[in-house]
Design a protein around this ligand. Structure first.
Ligand code: ZN
Length: 175
């Protein structure tokens, strides 16, 4: 049975720590990943990092799909990312809106690289090389920040680039 995991909210110290590398994908890790996948789907997230569910591990899920929180998100099969390394980041920077399950009610207009080249381990323990662009690169970088103890509020250029979820929804719906 999958379990809906509790999500750490801003102020919880685990969100500000650098997470630990995963040495073996043991049964506990597999179970954690299954529950993370289940949880991110249930709460309309597009990504979830292990520190957000109180586990200091370098693991995150990218699970982009259109939802009320992210109407324009591309649909993909959820990808499990373990011990990621960012090999290259494009110098082209794009600003777009982000939210975070750990920071409900706030959206930020966050600058990120348009494309990234990364390496990570998947749930089978295989090393994967991948290139992500656009919104998927944005999710990857947002989740990578979580395993480094960084949140999107740290990335905005100005506090004027922060708005409430209500205003964000009005803006999206008015388009
Ligand atoms: Zn987040």
């Amino acid at each position: 049975m999958n379990k809906l995991l509790e999500i750490a909210q801003l102020g919880q110290p685990i969100l500000r720590n650098s997470a630990l590398r995963v040495d073996h994908i043991d049964q506990d890790t597999t179970k954690l990943i299954e529950n993370m996948k289940y949880t991110v789907g249930k709460v309309n997230g597009v990504g979830l990092a292990a520190p957000q569910v109180f586990h200091s591990k370098r693991i995150f899920i990218i699970a982009s799909k259109p939802s009320s929180r992210y109407p324009n998100a591309p649909l993909m099969k959820p990808e499990v990312v373990i011990n990621p390394v960012i090999k290259k980041m494009s110098s082209q920077i794009i600003k777009d809106w982000e939210g975070c399950l750990s920071i409900p009610g706030i959206r930020g207009f966050v600058p990120r690289s348009e494309s990234i080249e990364v390496e990570y381990m998947n749930i089978s323990g295989d090393t994967i090389s991948n290139i992500f662009e656009g919104f998927l690169a944005r999710i990857f970088l947002h989740e990578y920040d979580h395993i480094e103890g960084i949140v999107f509020l740290d990335r905005v250029e100005s506090s004027k680039d922060l708005i409430t979820e209500n205003e964000f929804q009005k803006m999206v719906l008015s388009k």
